[in-house]
Write a new protein. Structure first.
Lengths: 113, 114
């Protein structure tokens, strides 16, 4: 079990650039979550998918953020255009059966200058 | 509006002693609570959970206590070990949503002093 795999681990970009974060969930898990961690707000749920379908995107901060899950083994979170206040650690997590614990990836640390 | 609050950003405890991490919540609909542990440069990992039908759940050195009337839960670690040094996140949800709508606190950094 390779766990949830996120890439890149670190991303530094300039304001206005497009940023794409990637996630490979654990095989067999049917729910996928994108979280953002900041000092002020802790871990915030941005969006989650069930069986590749977006279920709740109410946590997505603005239209600049979008997420896709084209198949069961891959998801992306895109920010376009990026802004300095988007700087945070972004985590992807997956889970299998209902109410089973979330398994988090190691995160992508995004810095927008 | 933080619905799950961890008011202590950091805590230092001597090795071998008890570590007590606290968490308060405001949403009365929450009935399922979890603790996650996070090491630097890693994602959070699940530690222990409790349903509102219980007031205590124990797993080895870790015990979670729930006081529904006070909307308060705590994590006790006994005895504390150096490997327990990490950031601990409290999370809450309602049974209707399970893990799909977890609300996390801002975390407490626990340092165990050898």
């Amino acid at each position: 079990d390779a766990g949830v795999i996120q890439s890149p681990r670190h991303e530094v970009t300039e304001m206005g650039q497009e940023v794409t974060l990637r996630c490979k969930p654990i095989s067999g898990h049917n729910s996928l979550f994108w979280y953002r961690q900041t000092m002020m707000r802790g871990l915030e749920l941005l969006i989650y998918f069930n069986n590749n379908v977006p279920i709740d995107d109410s946590g997505m901060p603005e239209d600049r953020f979008s997420a896709k899950m084209p198949n069961a083994s891959f998801s992306t979170l895109k920010i376009q255009p990026s802004e300095p206040r988007d700087s945070a650690v972004y985590f992807c997590a997956s889970s299998g059966q209902y109410n089973s614990p979330l398994h988090f990836g190691n995160g992508t640390r995004l810095t927008v200058t | 509006d933080q619905q799950v609050k961890q008011n202590s950003p950091s805590l230092s405890v001597q090795e071998g002693r008890i570590s007590i991490l606290n968490c308060d919540y405001t949403n009365s609909m929450f009935d399922y609570f979890l603790w996650y542990k996070k090491y630097p440069a890693e994602g959070p990992t699940f530690l222990i959970s409790i349903s509102s039908i219980k007031d205590k759940n124990e797993d080895g050195r870790f015990t979670v206590f729930l006081n529904k009337s006070a909307k308060h839960l705590s994590l006790h670690i006994v005895p504390s070990q150096p490997g327990d040094s990490a950031v601990y996140f409290c999370a809450a949800s309602s049974t209707n949503f399970g893990n799909e709508k977890l609300t996390f606190g801002t975390g407490t950094r626990l340092t165990i002093i050898p």
